[in-house]
Design a protein. Structure first.
Length: 168
């Protein structure tokens, strides 16, 4: 077993997307993309964003880029978890330990859940994606249920919160 401290992984800085100049849109598109077809995924994401901006009750913005940034910040805030469960082995027993989620991991989990529950819906993925965005903004849907389940598990296992995780 190594006795060295673990190094943090270097995060690759993403280039903002072409239309909205937003890194979150680029990251979301990369996660949605299948078989390297970025342009197909990007068109779906843009269509879903446009539909969401039309139907959502967000404060009005003059600039489209600012509106998209505001939309994604709202989606991450409502869909991303504050805590998650990590398992810690201690004395032959395994304990579920609630751990505060870092910002980057929170964004990743929120995007992953939105894509997962969009793909579970029936119909065209762009329609399903737009509907999932709207559901997250309204506080319902599969993504919100996933987040609530995770928070419920964390509250139930708060007794183990004093057990320290490796690297924290």
């Amino acid at each position: 077993m190594p006795r060295r401290q673990r190094k943090e992984a270097k995060c690759k800085q993403l280039v903002p997307d072409q239309r909205y100049q937003n890194e979150e849109v680029r990251r979301f598109t990369n996660m949605l993309m299948l078989h390297g077809k970025y342009s197909v995924a990007y068109k779906m994401v843009c269509w879903a964003i446009e539909q969401t901006l039309e139907k959502a009750k967000l404060p009005p913005c003059d600039d489209k880029q600012q509106a998209v940034k505001q939309l994604f910040d709202e989606l991450i805030q409502k869909a991303g978890p504050e805590v998650e469960i990590k398992t810690k082995r201690l004395g032959g027993a395994t304990y579920p330990v609630p751990v505060v989620v870092q910002t980057r991991r929170r964004v990743t989990l929120a995007f992953r859940w939105m894509i997962q529950y969009s793909r579970k819906r029936k119909g065209a993925i762009k329609n399903c994606l737009a509907q999932e965005f709207l559901d997250v903004l309204e506080g319902r849907g599969g993504t919100i249920n996933e987040r609530e389940n995770l928070h419920r598990m964390a509250r139930a296992n708060m007794a183990f919160a004093n057990i320290k995780q490796r690297g924290t």
